[in-house]
Design a protein around this ligand. Structure first.
Ligand code: CTP
Ligand code: CA
Length: 230
């Protein structure tokens, strides 16, 4: 099995992987969340451990067994994730943002459960934008270290294809690699398999064939290892 015989080409490297989906609470029982399962993030951690890395996983609301041998830091919200990722990134060689941080949070979180009213008025929930962790990592890193990898779930539309949107996002975010998922239909969320294209800031475009998320994970580390050497 090819997956069992990986070179220990991440030996001596510290990598940080974010996984899962953040939650933004409105009250003690309700939150805004998303469909990220954490499967891809945990597969990235498992693959990096197999290749010899020291791995920190910043894990948001993931209901999966912990990857053996990784340090797991549990978080709930995007702000929590921001704090923990930035802190772990300070001594990392690579950071892979496989998580889906909520883009918005309720402007306020109330301490008491929001109740229905007898007259049927619905609550008016104001949202504010969350910090962009990936963009902040790029903006604040000294000398291009750590290497920064983003993930993007995209759909094609009348303004462009999945890859058009992804290339624009890579440029906007300024990261080194962007792993692109086509999420039209039910192809990715919670599934064991995935199919991605890895875009490089250097203009490269590497399609990864449909397969287990562990194979996708190894393809991502292959791309990272190629560039860490330079
Ligand atoms: N990301 C992040 N912080 C956020 C939102 C996203 O670090 N607040 C990271 C994700 O982990 C992912 C990458 O940015 O690696 C791209 O996420 P995506 O949601 O596709 O990008 P957005 O800039 O939020 O754009 P969109 O409006 O398409 O959601
Ligand atoms: Ca987003």
């Amino acid at each position: 099995n090819l997956l069992d015989e990986r070179p220990r080409d991440l030996q001596g490297k510290h990598v940080v992987v974010s996984a899962g989906g953040t939650r933004e609470y409105l009250d003690p029982v309700r939150f805004l969340g998303n469909r990220s399962s954490g499967l891809q993030g945990y597969a990235l951690a498992e693959a990096a451990i197999a290749r010899g890395a020291t791995v920190t996983v910043v894990s948001a609301n993931v209901a999966l067994p912990d990857p053996a041998g990784a340090e797991i830091v549990r978080v709930v919200s995007t702000e929590d994730m921001r704090r923990e990722v930035l802190s772990a990134a300070a001594d990392a060689d690579a950071v892979v943002m496989a998580a889906a941080p909520a883009d918005f949070r309720p402007a306020e979180r109330v301490d008491a459960k929001i109740k229905k009213t007898p007259d049927g008025t619905t609550p008016d929930i104001q949202l504010v934008e969350n910090p962009d962790i990936l963009a902040e990592l790029v903006r604040t890193r000294p000398e291009k270290k750590p290497m920064i990898v983003g993930f993007a779930a995209e759909t094609g539309d009348d303004r462009g294809s999945v890859l058009d949107h992804a290339r624009a996002k890579l440029e906007r975010k300024g990261c080194d690699l962007l792993v692109v998922n086509d999420v039209s239909g039910e192809r990715v969320f919670g599934q064991a398999d995935s199919e991605v294209v890895i875009l490089g800031a250097d203009g490269t475009e590497a399609p990864v064939p449909h397969g287990p998320k562990l194979s996708v994970a190894h393809a991502v580390w292959d791309a990272v290892v190629d560039r860490l050497g330079q």
